[in-house]
Design a protein. Sequence first.
Length: 449
Amino acid sequence: MRTLLSSLLVVGLLACSTARNSAVSEPAASHARTPLPFIEDDYPRALAEAKSRGLPLFVDTWAPWCHTCRSMRAYVFTDEALARHSGRFVWLEVNTDLPGNAQFQEKYPVEFWPTFFIIDPREEKALVRFAGSATVPQLEKLFEDGERAYRGGAQGPEALLARGDALYGEGKAAEAADVFAQALAEAPADWSRRGRALESTLTAQYGASRYEACARTALSELPKLPHSASWANAAVLGLSCALQLPEGTADAQALRDSLEAKAREALSPDIVMPADDRSGVYDVLVQARMTAKDEVGGKALAEKWLTFLEGEAAKAPTPEQRTVFDSHRIGAALLLGDPMRVVPAIEQSEKDLPDDYNPPARLANLYRRLGRLDDALAASTRALSKVQGGRRLRVLSERADIYVARGEKDAAVRTLEEAIAYAKTLSGAQASPRMVESLEKKLAATKAK
């Protein structure tokens, strides 16, 4: 589910060198059991193979903290129905936490996780950039669109869709949005790509900060789609845009109300979508209630959300599948003011997935909120032994919060100084100037206490 606000906000709850380090291996999120032959974290090798075989390159850019990324690995990329597509592309996965993957990120920037690229190896050009989750049928359409763009010769709306994909792949969100919108306008009513094109239009409009256009496009185009995962994605994308409208925007409240109603409709059981996507609907609906200053309504939805997540986690057949729901469970529990409700589940995730830095990092956050500061510091230490890249900065920042809560100002200052020094060793794709500035401000505020 491309819940764009969720991509930016839930990340903050916590919460990976070309080869994986054993300390940060992610059995929960690897493609080990997929029928698709993914190459792990080696873009030069994958590019050379794609050139030699004359095939486009399919890239899954993901991160271990990203619940939707993990959902794709646990529930979608494991589907044997994908086996028949294994020869269509050279397959690459890129863990954006790993400092060794920074060069890829600089060449192909990632704004939302996961992002799927289809790259022409002849020019190292992104033909398709698709952000968010996808079902197997949606992936199959993406495969077809990527191959069509690679071969060239598309006509009509398909040509416009390919052009929009290429522009978005180049980071030209505003131009891409215009071309996608043109494709929607010129396509016949029964166009098989309408759902995918609408999702891409809304994502590009969001990326170009065209929030009002995005909200209005969603409302005008949703009636043209059947109830489906794409319909649900579009409803939530539209609502996400409406929630970004600045105060004073004409009809802002009417747009929010209309799209909130559509997003509630997306929870209908007749729409088949992954549980993580359904969770994403709840997430944005809760945000809508909180934006409306309806705390009672927001908490009532959060209770339904958490109950749903607990049910999905209980029936997940593997720890890898169960942990998909951890971050959203934490978010809902914190909204309810009941962090203890999720502590046993996260503790179980750490037992089941000992190489994963996320459970101890999340436990550090929860324990701090519960006043269990010794436990919080110990959990933070366990997380730091596994995490690297930009996510390490998050863990260090939260470790400073633990020290502050313990009354250990000097230790908090040293921890933030360590974070800033480490950030300066990373590529700007993994530690942006804005991130460094935030850490420096936090350091100054901590020193001033």
